[in-house]
Design a protein around this ligand. Structure first.
Ligand SMILES: Cc1cc2nc3c(=O)[nH]c(=O)nc-3n(C[C@H](O)[C@H](O)[C@H](O)COP(=O)(O)OP(=O)(O)OC[C@H]3O[C@@H](n4cnc5c(N)ncnc54)[C@H](O)[C@@H]3O)c2cc1C
Length: 416
């Protein structure tokens, strides 16, 4: 049996651990800072929209147990709000495959229990660098899946790949019951509103501890009037402020929130993420190389919903690489090559797409304008969120975008 340790019990770590246990031949230890009970009784962790490619990976791994209960989101209604109360450029982005959001508190609590049921060992403690050194010395491979926690600091920031050095948005999210739907007969749909100079609002139906709910993710430009949750108010006050701002900027949305209530005492989330890419391998204080995965090495702002998707795809890629490695040693060179392959094939595109959405260059604005009039553009945009590698083929430069828009008869970006 090969001995493998996974530090961190989130999307990346638990999926990888369960994959190894499913494959057989691995003695797996997971170190988790939180017990299932602490997760279930604690605050929400993410808004965790997952798209088709990541959900397919979970399905193939037998980790799709919420598919019948979680709302299946087939489209996203997008609108530009150029000034308070005005909706412009409305269009619907139809997804190639349904997306879904299952509260990570439910998901990770269940997966922690599954690790133990399937013969893995879970150590409940918050690991520090000394603990990591001890753990790594006792295992053939140690994967650090500790998310944005302090431990990720062992991986050096890769300046050339890190697009920003400060948060581009201040985030707040709320899980709520009682939110109306613009067209209840249309089935579960997500909604996004872009407010130039202020930020973006994303709404999506999801599954939480108390059943179906709606999640509002509030992406405020730092210093803008939407950036008013720095004091992290409790859910009731958070909702009151959100309603007040919606009543001014998006009165049609405020109406839908008239009867809303936070789902539970942990329904609110606050933060600000500095997008960062780190080097994938670090050495412990004992000199043993450890491998990073998920948010521990690639962190995106959630504006494009890439993080959990990328973590799921990374867990799948790392699992395959470990299985292919057979009995050979897990060397630093192997770790680096594994990450580079994943970076090249997937992660770099999510980083680039997210950076583009955060900064909205002119050619991307032209894409959104074109999407309102040309259904194929809206569909391709939706599909790029789910499979960001397509970003390189049509959104990476103004020339690529101009060529694509011309091919569908849409107006070119300014200057083309
Ligand atoms: C507001 C918000 C909204 C988001 N929305 C989306 C979205 O819609 N779609 C999407 O794909 N992504 C979204 N994300 C990002 C997504 O949640 C993360 O990218 C994803 O959860 C990363 O998974 P991970 O396993 O790498 O890390 P995490 O999920 O952060 O898991 C890390 C785990 O490690 C544990 N840990 C940390 N340090 C230690 C330690 N020292 N010892 C032991 N355990 C430790 C933590 O407790 C945690 O359980 C969002 C994030 C935020 C903040």
């Amino acid at each position: 049996m090969r001995r493998i340790a996974v530090v961190g019990a989130g999307q990346a770590g638990l999926q990888l651990a369960l994959g190894l246990l499913g494959a057989g031949g691995y003695e797996v230890t997971v170190v988790s800072a939180r017990t299932p009970g602490e997760l279930l009784g604690g605050p929400v962790l993410s808004t965790q929209a997952m798209f088709g490619p990541a959900l397919r990976v979970e399905r193939a791994a037998g980790l799709d147990e919420w598919e019948a209960t979680a709302p299946q989101v087939r489209s996203v209604d997008a609108a530009l709000v150029p000034e308070p109360g005005v909706r412009a450029l409305e269009f619907t982005m139809t997804l190639d495959e349904p997306a879904q959001s299952v509260d990570q508190r439910i998901k990770m609590a269940r997966r922690l229990s599954l690790v133990e049921e399937r013969g893995g060992r879970v150590e409940y403690r918050e690991l520090d660098r000394a603990g990591l050194a001890e753990l790594a010395a006792a295992h053939e491979l140690t994967v650090v899946a500790a998310g944005r926690g302090e431990l990720a600091g062992i991986f050096e920031r890769d300046a050339a790949r890190s697009p920003f050095d400060a948060p581009q948005r201040r985030l707040t999210a709320l899980y709520a019951h009682g939110v109306g739907a613009p067209d209840p007969a249309a089935g579960p749909r997500a909604r996004m509103h872009a407010l130039p100079g202020l930020g973006e609002l994303y709404l999506q139906p999801a599954l939480t501890l108390s059943g179906r709910c709606d999640i509002l993710l509030w992406e405020a430009l730092p210093g803008s009037p939407l950036d008013c949750f720095g004091d992290r108010p409790p859910g009731g006050e958070q909702l009151r402020r959100m309603r007040e701002l919606m009543a001014f900027h998006l009165p049609w949305e405020a109406e839908l929130w008239a009867e809303a209530e936070p789902t539970d005492a942990g329904a609110s989330l606050y933060g600000a993420i500095t997008p960062v890419v780190r080097r994938p391998v670090a050495r412990t204080t004992g000199g043993v190389p450890v491998l990073g995965i998920g948010d521990a090495v690639v962190v995106n702002d959630p504006i494009t919903g890439q993080g959990a998707n990328s973590a799921a795809l990374a867990a799948d890629a790392y699992l395959r690489a470990v299985l292919e490695r057979g009995d050979a040693p897990f060397t630093e060179e192997w770790m680096t090559a594994l990450f580079e392959e994943f970076w090249d094939r997937h992660a770099r595109h999510g980083v680039a797409l997210t950076a583009a959405l955060l900064t909205m260059p002119d050619h991307l604005q032209a894409v959104f304008a074109a999407a309102a009039a040309h259904e194929p553009v809206a569909r391709r945009l939706a599909s790029t969120y789910a499979s960001p590698a397509d970003h390189a083929d049509w959104l990476a430069t103004a020339d690529l975008t101009a060529a694509y828009l011309a091919s569908v008869g849409a107006p070119a970006p300014d200057g083309h």
